[in-house]
Design a protein around this ligand. Structure first.
Ligand SMILES: Cc1ncc(COP(=O)(O)O)c(C=O)c1O
Length: 414
């Protein structure tokens, strides 16, 4: 008997798999997790900041009190009691919602995937910040959508550029299916959309009848605990809101959600059931009990302190060590700093040298669907302790100084 031919070029595979490639982040993981390497690459939450005794008690309590149901199948929309708690989480950011609006998903990532599945036909255009979240680029690419980027600056996505993109699409009889945006402490750029721009973006969305997907994993992780009104709070009828407990509790429990108007919500429930029948009931019970019995906002505060200290360590060392010509974002929350290299340097080409110098980052190209980003890279400060972060920056700085010297020797100062 002949075994199945697995040549990737064969027509056996669906055409949507053709553009699929391992994300640069995943490819990096194997190397970056070696102990001698300071990884400023991955975006893993620092779950050691959790109170494990409390998590243990919560989990044991779920089994003791609700074992038979928690270990059973659940409904496609998600546990009603959990949806009530998730409404509290949204309220902490000033977003009114009803438990009925929500669909619980396997992290925010599945919400993004289901949204892609719901709206995107092959060739459809979706708009997103440039750079954008790798997981969204991959999810929408799997539905063969074309991602068109909208540039950002220190105030986040640039509304005039969004309007320009929409006009250009209209001029060719095309329209965007939606705008996917991360307005708070964006991954990877580490910037937040200003309040004035939030209003402008929504005004443009209304004018162009554009649906907005707001992905908000980092909103509560503002270093000063400031809350910027989410787009959903400003325009509930125009915005699908994606939330997650990954960054404020645990990514391991895989609880995320979408808040959507009723007709869209119903379709999302059908897609969710088709994908995996229902969310893990066990982790929904754990999440519900965590939010219901524990001082979860105090935990968010603990995370905030950890990340603020790490971010300060990173920014301080970048300022002290990097060669002239580098520039970077100055986050006020979240996990990431976006670094722009001096002209002539390519973050993808430099990665091997950086790894030899025992520091890892993610090259900028991973965050664009159109191949740009060569001169940029992402540094994350969420996982290593401050001293390791400083050491990582010193290692990176040495590589960059060497490269700048080389470029100068080859091409002069011009
Ligand atoms: C912007 C953004 N959206 C969504 C996610 C997905 O997170 P999860 O699926 O763990 O909720 C992440 C994770 O890094 C993210 O950065």
């Amino acid at each position: 008997m002949r075994s199945i031919e697995l040549d990737p070029n064969l027509s056996r595979y669906a055409s949507r798999t053709r553009g699929m490639r391992a994300s640069e982040i995943r490819a990096l993981f194997a190397v970056a997790t070696r102990p001698e390497i300071v990884s400023l690459a991955g975006g893993m939450p620092f779950t050691e900041a959790l109170d494990y005794t409390a998590v243990g008690e919560v989990t044991a309590g779920v089994i003791a009190d609700s074992g038979p149901t928690a270990l059973q199948y659940g409904g496609g929309q998600g546990l009603p009691a959990l949806r009530e708690r998730l409404v509290d989480v949204m309220a902490a950011e000033g977003v009114p919602a009803s438990p009925d609006d929500l669909v619980v998903t396997t992290g925010g990532q599945q919400a993004i995937d289901l949204i892609g599945k719901l709206f995107c036909d092959p060739g459809d255009v979706v708009l997103a910040e440039g750079p954008s979240y790798v997981g969204a680029i991959g999810a929408f690419a799997a539905y063969q959508a074309e991602m068109v980027h909208v540039p950002m600056d220190a105030q986040g996505l640039i509304p005039a550029a969004l309007a320009e993109r929409l006009d250009a699409l209209a001029a060719t009889q095309r329209r965007a299916k939606f705008l996917y945006t991360v307005p708070n402490h964006q991954n990877p750029a580490g910037v937040s959309l200003s309040l004035a721009r939030r209003r402008e973006v929504l005004e443009i969305a209304y004018r162009h009848d554009l649906l907005v997907i707001e992905d908000n994993p980092y909103g509560l992780l503002d270093f000063k605990a400031e809350v910027r009104p989410p787009l959903r709070a400003l325009a509930p009828d125009r915005v699908l809101y994606v939330g997650t407990l990954s960054k404020i509790f645990s990514p391991g429990i895989r609880v995320g959600w979408v808040a959507a108007p009723e007709p869209i919500r119903d379709k999302l429930v059908l897609l969710k059931e088709a994908a995996d029948l229902c969310q893990s009931n066990l982790t929904q019970y754990v999440a519900e009990r965590w939010l219901g019995t524990q001082p979860w906002l105090r935990q968010v505060d603990a995370y905030r302190q950890v990340y603020r200290e790490r971010c300060e360590a990173l920014l301080g060392e970048l300022g002290a060590e990097l060669p002239p010509g580098c520039s970077w974002s100055e986050p006020t929350g979240g996990f990431f700093v976006w670094l722009r290299l001096p002209a002539g340097l390519d973050s993808g080409e430099l990665l091997a040298k950086a790894l030899r110098a025992r520091v890892a980052y993610v090259p900028g190209r991973a965050f664009y669907a159109d191949g740009s980003g060569a001169q940029e890279l992402r540094l994350s400060f969420c996982f290593p302790p401050p001293e390791r972060i400083r050491e990582g920056v010193r290692r990176l700085a040495e590589v960059l100084h060497g490269e700048v010297e080389l470029v100068r020797a080859l091409y002069g100062d011009a």
